[in-house]
Each structure stands twice: as structure tokens, then as C-alpha cells.
Design a protein around this ligand. Structure first.
Ligand SMILES: Cc1cc2nc3c(=O)[nH]c(=O)nc-3n(C[C@H](O)[C@H](O)[C@H](O)COP(=O)(O)O)c2cc1C
Length: 377
């Protein structure tokens, strides 16, 4: 099979894979899909190293990079420095986080480690368009194999779209609301990624089965990729039936041997059902989906503070997430994941996952063809 989008990127499989892990990105592109690297929390210098590595490990296959054009930061926080953070973050919110970690005996960091973590985090945060553009400056130095940039949040600025087009790169954008489509199209976006309710990370309050066909209709001739909930070939067939030209996956790769996830996170992922994720604003300030744990339960309690606006909520919880990753207090540990997590039960490698997806897609399409010809059983 072939869709216009697959033709653009010389893909064998209609599968895009988002990951923060360079090994997954390269392996997906090598397997005939299209890997897309997430860049939240890497500095421009680190990003350059990651892209050099991926350039050398995709066997010449193309891949993409995802950046964030976040909306304007809250008044007075545009130039937020490390020193400002303690002033701007309410004491009660910081206390809530500290109390929660203390309740689960999570060791504290030394003062130096805590301060250097905060300094690094502030240096890597994409709070403003200027910071996103610094990542793009790096990306545009890798024009041979980076064939697409994607905006995780917000409409990409026209001048950045033009820079990408001058290098023959496509520009994509995540959309969770039909009314946002026209803004992206007016700016010159080439591909829309319809990210629905089931998806990990920032998503939509609308289910994918309802969202994708509406985005397809609003997009006209612009190709749409369906994001959210896909872990089987049958679901790829369904996404194609909705009018999408490919699927965009994230959760599916968390259980692969190439993934960045620790053994404990993998264990939680394989044990989780589709009811074990929660969509809430306590990760970044905007709704995102992740695995439920004692951490997410605590934020849902009545006495919990309200989520701070972007980027303050992620600054507030950054050290806590780091300590949870470092010390792995089992009840608290959580990770971004979508409802498709309930369909993952054991580790496989990227090539194996891709093979299973395509095999089931093939049999599903044949089955549908048989049904059409009245030969189904
Ligand atoms: C661990 C993880 C982190 C994510 N972080 C981002 C991100 O930084 N930017 C982004 O555009 N999407 C992010 N996403 C969402 C994916 O791009 C994608 O929309 C989503 O995973 C698709 O739905 P699925 O999880 O059901 O496959 C993340 C997904 C996962 C699993």
C-alpha cells in the first residue's frame, strides 16, 4: 500500500513513531516507518549530538524532530531566571510536592545537585518561541535526513515554516480541536496530526474516532495523521478508513527493548490496563495523559493545589520527577502513556513490533476486501 504521505517520506509502513529516545527513532525509520524525536528537555547542544547520532544510525532513512511553540508564558515570567523561580512558585505548592515525596521516603538531593538540576532544566525548557527557534537552528543544520519538523503545541511561526520549506522539509502540527486547523493551514503547515483523547502527552478532550474524520474534512487536501490509541494493525486500518494517511504512535514504543524506559516502568506498562492512565493538567499545566500512580492520585485529592500555568507546573515538579526516576519509589512512579498501554503485555524490539503491526494491517485489509465482495464468513 502507498499513501501520498508515505510517498513524500519514502516510507514502507504508514507508521510515525514519536519518542524522546534516539534509539527508537532510528530503529523505526530503519524498519520502514518514520521516527520523530521529541526535544523537550534537551539543550540545543545536546540536540545536536542526538541528531548527529541519529543521522548515522538510520541507514540513510529520513526522520523528524518535534519542537514546542508554547503559548506566551504567564505575565512576568518570560525571562524567568533560576532565582525568580522560588519567588514565583507558591510555597504551598512546593510544600505539597515535598510532603508527598517525604511520605514515600524518597531521598532528598544535596543542595548543589538540586540547584544544578534546576539550572539545567531552566536552560532546556522551551518556554518561548525564541527557545524553540534555537532548537530549529540546530535542526536546520541536519537537512539531509531530517525531513519534517513538527509543532507539539501551537501554530509554528510563518518564518520558521519558510526556513523549513527552503530546505525541502515538511512542517507538521499536532491538533486536538477542529477550530485550530485553519490557523495551521493559514500559516503554511503541510501535515496535520490529529491527537485525540486516548493519546499520551498533550492531547484533546475529543475521542480519536470523532476527532480524526473532522480534522480530515477541515484539512481539505492537506494530509492528516491519526494519533492516539494505536497499538494494532486493525487500528491502522481504522485510521485509514477515517481518512488519515498514516498513524502517529507513542505509547506503543515504551515497551520495546530500544526504549528509554526502566525495568520498573516497563513492568508497570505491561501490567497496566487501559483504565490505568489519567488525563490531567498536573504535569505541564495543560492536560496530558500518563500512568496512574500514588503521585497522580495525590494531585486528584481535594486538598491538592491547582495546577500552575505553563511552564510553572513543570518547573514545580521537575525535581520530584527526577527523584522518582533516580530512586524509583514504586507506588509513586509514573510515566507519560496513553490508553493503548492496556494492549501492551511483553517486550519486543522495534522491528518485531513493526512486523506485527503490518501483518495485522494486511490481514485486516484483506478481510475487509472479502467482506466487500460478500465472501466474509
Ligand atoms: C513518553 C511520551 C512523551 C511524549 N511527549 C511528547 C512531546 O514532548 N511532544 C509531542 O508532540 N508529543 C508527545 N507525546 C505524544 C505523542 O507525540 C503522540 O501524540 C501520542 O503518544 C500518540 O498516542 P499514543 O500514545 O496512544 O500512541 C508523548 C508521548 C509519550 C508516550
Amino acid at each position: 500500500m502507498q499513501t501520498e504521505l508515505m510517498h513524500w517520506f519514502d516510507m514502507d509502513a504508514p507508521v510515525f513513531a514519536f519518542s524522546h529516545c534516539r534509539d527508537v527513532v532510528a530503529a523505526v525509520s530503519r524498519a520502514g516507518g518514520f521516527g520523530v524525536l521529541g526535544t523537550t528537555h534537551v539543550t540545543p547542544e545536546q540536540l545536536d549530538l542526538e541528531l548527529n547520532w541519529i543521522d548515522e544510525h538510520t541507514d540513510g532513512r529520513p526522520y523528524g524532530v518535534d519542537v514546542m511553540f508554547a503559548t506566551r508564558p504567564p505575565e512576568g515570567t518570560e525571562q524567568l531566571t533560576v532565582e525568580d523561580v522560588k519567588r514565583v512558585i507558591p510555597q504551598a505548592n512546593a510544600q505539597f510536592v515535598n510532603d508527598l515525596l517525604a511520605k514515600y521516603n524518597v531521598p532528598e538531593l544535596s543542595r548543589e545537585e538540586s540547584e544544578s538540576l534546576l539550572t539545567d532544566y531552566m536552560g532546556s525548557l522551551m518556554r518561548t518561541h525564541t527557545e524553540a527557534v534555537k532548537r530549529l537552528d540546530v535542526v536546520f543544520r541536519h537537512p539531509k535526513l531530517v525531513r519534517m519538523i513538527v509543532s507539539a503545541l501551537g501554530v509554528p511561526p510563518v518564518e520558521q515554516i519558510e526556513r523549513a520549506h527552503a530546505l525541502d522539509m515538511k512542517v507538521g502540527a499536532m491538533v486536538g480541536q477542529v477550530r485550530h486547523v485553519k490557523h495551521h493551514l493559514n500559516a503554511g503547515v503541510d501535515i496535520l496530526v490529529s491527537a485525540g483523547y486516548e493519546a499520551a502527552g498533550h492531547n484533546s478532550d475529543i475521542a480519536t474516532l470523532v476527532l480524526t474524520p473532522q480534522i480530515v474534512d477541515a484539512a481539505g487536501s492537506t494530509p492528516v495523521i491519526h494519533a492516539g490509541g494505536v497499538a494494532r494493525g486493525r487500528q491502522i486500518a481504522a485510521a485509514l478508513a477515517l481518512g488519515a494517511q498514516a498513524v502517529w504512535t507513542g505509547t506503543l514504543w515504551l515497551g520495546t527493548s530500544e526504549a528509554e524506559t526502566s525495568d520498573l516502568i516497563k513492568k508497570k506498562i505491561f501490567a497496566a490496563t487501559s483504565a490505568d492512565t489519567i488525563r490531567s493538567p498536573y504535569n505541564t499545566g495543560k492536560p496530558t495523559r500518563r500512568l496512574k500512580s500514588a503521585w497522580t492520585d495525590a494531585w486528584e485529592q481535594e486538598n491538592a493545589p491547582k495546577a500552575l500555568p505553563m511552564p510553572l507546573q513543570s518547573i514545580l515538579i521537575n525535581e520530584a520527577l527526577y527523584r522518582m526516576e533516580k530512586y524509583e519509589p514504586e507506588p509513586l512512579v509514573t510515566y507519560p502513556a496513553g490508553q493503548a498501554v492496556g494492549m501492551l503485555s511483553q517486550q519486543n524490539d522495534v522491528r518485531g513490533v513493526m512486523y506485527e503491526l503490518l501483518e495485522e494491517l494486511g490481514t485486516t485489509l484483506v478481510h475487509m476486501q472479502d467482506m466487500l465482495q460478500g465472501e466474509g464468513d
